[in-house]
Design a protein around this ligand. Structure first.
Ligand code: SF4
Length: 444
């Protein structure tokens, strides 16, 4: 946990000598707490105080970067237990497992499926982030062949999982430029893995059955100079793993225990698709920085990505679309005009139903600060006056030949006032978006 200004003040010399540029040690301490000054401005701080302050200024959960360039993954560096306290910053990375026991054609087919696992949802592109090549064969040759095949067939980030340090080292020699995550499956081989990770400057995941064991492994790796670490909790049941993830998060954030202050990850154990999905979503909900799944089917991956997208959405900032006029289909000057708010889910739901109606239409999105229709109406962000103002300033009058606007059925109460203040003819549409296709077709 970050130190308060008073905590910092207690560690300063308290001489008020002003050499730091601040009038008192307390003022300097307050500036440090707000990250508006750096400790090196005080030349008189003792070594022990410096160590304590520098340690406290580190993020409680280390940020770990896997990969390079725009598609790199950043996990960790979270600051709260619960999303409503602030927000979660770095979305769980979703990886797919590829075992080196697969034959060449199976690997090619699997990677082709994985490369297609990206979707558009509420105006955002969501997709899987990583392919994990697992040394299930326990042989170096098969592992290296799989690494070469996967790396050449996908631009996604990579992870190498093995219990053999030499195999991983040979794999890294081939793909070191991709900065993959290395996963050490065997505690007895940890020394080899630490040396390899240091040599190639890649992040390392340590595997253990308990958090205590994980603490020992991360402490050892840190002591040898490795900073970017991930904790992989071995299979021992979903509930137990979630409990460990929660303990680790709490220990890092609330007690500042550095040895568990790293992102956590898991491989799913469940064999059947529905169970695996429930398991993977559970890990996303409960703090996993990385989840590696086996299933490559779109109907499995999409709901998992949607769950991640929703959990990592800033709860104080609804996803919004630009407030403007949207044209659906080949519109003419006579096409219907619907009005709604700029809450992303509202817009895309309405747009989807308009599209399925096959009636070319325009949707005028009012700036309601990203709220849904009823919420915006209750907050007085979607009123007769704001809709009239949007109709007036949007330029819609020059685009269409009529002055008829369709408002959502849930705000039918606005119709009279809107006609009065805007001079437009107001029609009340269906309450639910699912009623839009029939409604629009009925206008023909
Ligand atoms: S330089 Fe150090 S001792 Fe002097 S006022 Fe600033 S914080 Fe206090």
């Amino acid at each position: 946990m970050a130190l308060s200004g008073l905590d910092i003040y207690k560690l300063l010399p308290k001489t008020n000598c002003r050499d730091c540029g601040f009038s008192t040690c307390l003022a300097f301490a307050m500036a440090l707490a707000q990250k508006k000054a750096s400790l090196d401005k005080c030349p008189h701080v003792t070594d022990s105080a410096r160590e304590a302050l520098e340690s406290a200024s580190q993020p409680p959960i280390k940020l770990v970067t896997i990969g390079k360039g725009e598609s790199r993954i950043e996990i960790g560096n979270e600051t709260v237990m619960y999303r409503h306290e602030q927000k979660f910053y770095h979305p769980t990375a979703i990886g797919i497992l590829v075992e080196d026991t697969l034959i060449e054609a199976e690997i090619a087919k699997t990677i082709s499926e994985i490369n297609g696992l990206h979707f558009e949802r509420v105006g955002q592109t969501i997709g899987v982030n990583l392919v994990c090549i697992k040394n299930s064969s326990k042989t170096a040759d098969k592992f290296l062949a799989a690494v070469c095949r996967v790396a050449s067939a996908t631009k996604l980030n990579l992870a190498l999982s093995s219990s053999d340090g030499a195999s991983v080292s040979a794999g890294l020699a081939i793909i070191k430029d991709r900065r993959p995550l290395v996963i050490c499956e065997d505690q007895d081989a940890i020394d080899d893995f630490i040396n390899t990770a240091l040599e190639y400057n890649v992040p390392l995941a340590v595997t253990s059955s308990t958090l205590d064991e994980a603490s020992e492994l991360t402490a050892k790796a840190k002591k040898l100079g490795l900073e970017e670490l991930v904790i992989n909790i071995k299979a021992k049941g979903i509930a137990s793993r979630i409990q460990d993830f929660t303990f680790a998060r709490r220990a890092a954030l609330r007690k500042n225990i550095r040895t568990v202050g790293y992102p956590v990850m898991a491989f799913t154990d469940s064999g059947e698709s529905p169970q695996e999905l429930a398991e993977a979503v559970s890990y996303v909900l409960k703090y996993a920085g990385l989840v590696i799944v086996k299933n490559t089917k779109k109907e499995f991956i999409f709901p998992l990505l949607v769950a991640r997208q929703d959990v990592y959405q800033d709860p104080q900032k609804p996803v919004q679309v630009e407030p403007k006029i949207y044209e659906i289909g080949k519109v003419t000057k006579d096409s219907p005009l619907l009005v709604t708010t700029n809450f992303s889910i509202t817009y895309f739901t309405v747009a989807g139903e308009v599209e399925s109606s096959k009636v070319p239409s325009r949707i005028l999105c009012c700036d309601a600060e990203g709220m849904s229709v009823l919420t915006a109406w209750a907050a007085e962000k979607f009123t007769a006056e704001t809709i009239a103002d949007t109709l007036d300033k949007s330029g819609i009058k020059d685009m269409i030949s009529h002055k008829r606007v369709i408002i959502p059925g849930y705000v039918s109460v606005l119709s009279g006032k809107l006609e009065e203040v805007s001079g437009w003819q107001v029609a009340v549409g269906p309450r639910e978006a699912s009623g839009i296709p029939n409604y629009l077709r009925g206008l023909r």
